[in-house]
Design a protein around this ligand. Structure first.
Ligand SMILES: Nc1ncnc2c1ncn2[C@@H]1O[C@H](COP(=O)(O)OP(=O)(O)O)[C@@H](O)[C@H]1O
Ligand SMILES: [Mg+2]
Length: 254
């Protein structure tokens, strides 16, 4: 192998998720393994009922594995208390949902401040960070609008800004274009791609192969198992080194 392998940000090994329903145990995830490296853009694609949202809940620390291991940025998540889960979630993950999940009575700015309140940051700093996030998604002019005063695409961009406000390493998106028309959905995907280019690690969950194609790598979920990987794994393999001095000269010329 060339160079050194970076540590995985998400490292899932033989993960099992079961639900107990009365006297029956339903196994929804049946020994799933997945590694996501810093800077990756991974799509998890699969039909309805295959276990994608369950996977998202586990990756997002909204739920814990029944068996197997999930290491998030080096920390084993299985067995953590609810408080610890909430804490790690707030620090490591920004969520983007199909239905936006904005609070209707709050302005765009106030919605983006919410995850920062949890951090206990002073009001002025919260406002600045929320403002920066809204500018990043191109909504700097709409910060005092309420969700009902914004289009669906703009609402999703507010939700993306809220996910960005805490500057988490991972953005986790579950069907982020599912409630949008084609053109607006494409715009939201372009924004997600741009955030990936800026260094955010993206995990995108979708049933739509065309949406999944926008990712660098696609894994397919079928009946609780990850069956295939399509596409390139680009970011975690170190680039071949240039001869000594060449890199420095390129930088000087730039
Ligand atoms: N809390 C739960 N209790 C019992 N079964 C569940 C629960 N959540 C999901 N399931 C079952 O797990 C399977 C996968 O669901 P889900 O992860 O929502 O799939 P997807 O997001 O791919 O549509 C489904 O058969 C669903 O009924
Ligand atoms: Mg789902």
């Amino acid at each position: 192998m060339i160079g050194t392998k970076q540590d995985a940000l998400i490292e899932i090994t033989q993960l099992v998720k079961q639900y107990v329903m009365g006297r029956e145990t339903v196994t929804v995830l049946k020994g799933v393994s997945l590694s996501v490296y810093p800077g990756d853009f991974v799509a998890i694609v699969g039909p309805s009922g295959s276990g994608k949202s369950t996977m998202m809940n586990v990756i997002g620390c909204l739920d814990t594995p029944t068996d197997g291991s999930y290491k998030l940025d080096g920390t084993e998540v299985r067995g953590l208390s609810d408080n610890k889960l909430a804490d790690i979630r707030n620090k490591k993950i920004g969520f983007i949902f199909q239905g936006f999940h904005l609070l209707p009575k709050l302005t765009a700015l106030e919605n983006c401040e919410l995850p920062l309140i949890y951090r206990g940051l002073p009001a002025k700093q919260r406002r600045e960070m929320a403002m920066t996030a809204l500018e990043q998604v191109g909504l700097g002019e709409r910060v005092h609008h309420r969700p009902s005063e914004l289009s669906g695409g703009q609402q999703q961009r507010v939700a993306i800004a809220r996910a960005l406000a805490t500057n988490p390493p991972i953005l986790l998106a579950d069907e982020p274009t599912g409630a949008l028309d084609m053109k607006t959905g494409q715009e939201v995907l372009s924004l997600i791609e741009e955030l990936n280019r800026k260094g955010h690690t993206i995990v995108l969950i979708t049933h739509d192969m065309d949406v999944a194609k926008r990712a660098g790598r696609t894994v397919v979920m079928r009946d609780g198992e990850l069956t295939e990987t399509v596409g390139r794994r680009e970011t975690h393999e170190a680039q071949p080194r240039l001869p000594d001095g060449v890199q420095e000269r390129l930088v000087e010329q730039a």
